[in-house]
Design a protein around this ligand. Structure first.
Ligand code: PMP
Length: 365
């Protein structure tokens, strides 16, 4: 081995030892966005209000970063319970983004042969985590109007008996909110845990959080990413304490860093700005959606999120044209048959949205 180029040897070892399904993947590509109007990643476009910024500055310099963080995030969990009305008798766990919680939940439930079920298209990390954890993935296509095909989901539940179901409520990348009674039907029929992923709840006006005590198999997943804190990476999950106790065994001991814990606590102490910004985004979503619907040949789908999914002729060409004009959106064409010719556009500031609409008018005369 010693007289051969280390790169060659490494490539052979990788071919021999790395799981083939991992070798077949490409790493998640985050689009380069410097100098671009960034409307591709469902971020909140508004900066922190001045008062929150000074509160943050005062807090962060006091954090003892020579010490490990509070492993369980006790103080932050108490603050989240107060801010989001999470009853004390329910279990609550924090994650390094809700992405990490998806990883923890999936790894915990990945018994040999167990299946994960999710509608398609939906958040891709569900399927990716099934692959990482060796769970059998069962995707059930949405209807062409992006509604849940409840009959098909129930048939798949009967056939596959999934230990884990993910429902994004509202759904990414389609933006719609599934009917609550369909989610309830699935909760009753599912033999395993049903994760209702409420990443976009601030824009939806609907939630299953208050229903957690009613369903032993319901977990509600949330994130601070869409309400102005994507850079901090904080997600949380609420379920019966029996579930949370198991997830805590899989969670890394210090998964949420001390600066994030302190920052989120400072930011939600007077969190009125969060609701104000979310409501400005909802108002802009309305204006942007109506304007996009006037583009020739465009179908704009109802959105309960901070993004708009639309279908239009030559979406790939429009995507490239926007990129050439320094505007980054998400091209959903090629993701799934149901999103052919679809673009997903995050709602920006009024000025960013005007810039986008002007570019669209040029590209779709
Ligand atoms: N769930 C859904 C439905 C999402 O769209 C996203 C982000 N795109 C996440 C979870 C992950 O969010 P984060 O890891 O930033 O909390």
């Amino acid at each position: 081995m010693n007289d051969r180029a280390p790169g060659l040897v490494a490539a052979e070892l990788v071919a021999e030892l790395v799981r083939p399904e991992i070798r077949a993947l490409s790493a998640y590509a985050v689009a380069k966005a410097e100098g671009m109007v960034k409307l591709d990643a469902m971020e909140n476009p508004y900066p922190l209000p001045e008062s929150a910024r000074s509160q943050l500055e005062a807090t962060l310099s006091q954090v003892p970063i020579n010490r490990y963080p509070d492993g369980g995030g006790d103080a932050l969990r108490t603050a989240l319970r107060r801010a989001f009305a999470i009853p004390g008798e329910l279990g609550l766990i924090l994650g390094n983004g809700s992405d990490e919680l998806i990883q923890i939940i999936t790894a915990t439930l990945a018994r040999p042969g167990a299946a994960m079920l999710a509608p398609e298209p939906s958040f891709v990390m569900y399927r990716m985590n099934a692959l990482y954890s060796g769970m059998r993935y069962v995707g059930v296509s949405l209807k062409p109007d992006f509604e849940l095909d409840t009959a098909a989901v129930l048939a798949a539940i009967e056939r596959e008996r999934p230990g884990l179901v993910y429902l994004a409520y509202p759904n990414n990348p389609t933006g719609n909110l599934f009917a609550a009674r369909d989610v309830e039907t699935i909760l009753r029929a599912a033999p395993g845990l049903v994760v209702v992923d409420e990443a976009y709840h601030a824009f939806a006006g609907a939630s299953f959080l208050s229903r957690v005590p009613e369903f032993a198999n319901l977990l509600v997943l949330r994130t601070m990413s869409k309400v102005g804190m994507a850079g901090l990476r904080l997600g949380y999950a609420v379920a019966a304490p029996e579930w949370i106790a198991e997830f805590n065994k899989v969670r890394q001991p210090y998964n949420v860093n001390a600066l994030t814990q302190a920052a989120v606590m400072a930011l939600i102490a007077d969190g009125s700005w969060i609701a104000e910004q979310a409501s400005a985004i909802r108002a802009e979503r309305q204006r942007l959606g109506a304007a996009l619907a006037r583009l020739s040949g465009a179908t704009v789908y109802a959105s309960a999120t901070n993004f708009i999914t639309l279908r239009l002729d030559g979406a790939a060409r429009v995507f490239e044209g926007l990129k050439a004009r320094r505007i980054l959106v998400k091209n959903l064409h090629g993701w799934h048959p149901l999103t052919a010719n679809c673009l997903r556009i995050t709602v920006g500031t009024p000025a960013e949205n005007d810039q986008l609409l002007a570019a669209c008018a040029e590209l779709c005369p």
